[in-house]
Write a protein that binds this ligand. Sequence first.
Ligand code: NAD
Ligand code: ZN
Length: 271
Amino acid sequence: MPGNGSLNGDEAAIRAAAEQIAAARYCTALTGAGISKESGIPTFRGEGGLWTRQGEPPMNGYQLFLEDPRGWWLERLEQQRNPPEFAKAIATARPNPGHLALAQLEQRGFLKHLISQNVDGLHLDAGSTRLTEIHGNRRKLRCIACGRRGPARDFGEDDVPPHCDACGGIVKADTVMFGEPIPRAFIDACFAEAAKSDLMLVIGTSATVHPAADLPLQVLRRGGAIIEMNVDATPFSAYATVSLRGPAGVLLPQVVQALDSFDPRPERPAV
Ligand code: NAD
Ligand code: ZN
């Protein structure tokens, strides 16, 4: 029943969320910067957000990279010596109870796939394996010619920009830059998961960045439901069957605990 969401994180709302997760045929989740806030990584938007405090960065980052990949890499190497706030926070962050709860939901068979907009790698650290990082991963590099991804490796300033071992193409950070098309394989994987979902948990995201924000819309359009977990209202709050208001690191463990009395449905093939 879109529009009938419970606007709190009380026991009844937690229980309602758990019931829907247990009853779902194929439940997926979309996470955003909010789930990592309790790990000490600032969000971009909203109260205390990096952009709220420092202003938005240029939106043509990829074009700037293509114009001068060597300059971009030299700046990045310099930043490794003197990391800005966001990089420093990511370097030391550990998964919080919200990340761990999502990994448990997967292990217990309730969560079939997790799509994260985050680049911090904390879902991997928490143990999630059925995971698509739609905006890439800060600890990886990617070739702009053949798309090959690999762990970040050391290279010196005389090897800048680094080149791909497989095809010789220019290598960039795996994280998707502003103005850069998201790699086709990431997008296709995410929309295939959304198409299978009769329930999507939308957690800690302002749901304003596309195409990630289109994923819950697709679930709704196909007759599925969404459960939202966020400290604030978002454009999806009005459409959520349950809208839990609070920190993801508090709400998610409560939902996992409430699921103790339910068995997951066996996985069925996609419709
Ligand atoms: P956003 O910064 O636009 O929005 C964050 C959302 O999280 C807001 O709706 C806010 O109300 C909510 N929130 C804040 N604290 C929360 C908490 N403790 N529990 C639950 N919700 C909370 O982030 P976005 O929607 O993910 O999109 C912005 C883009 O920025 C994404 O592409 C994302 O990859 C990137 N980003 C990534 C990181 C990261 O990797 N950790 C951090 C900042 C931004
Ligand atoms: Zn290559």
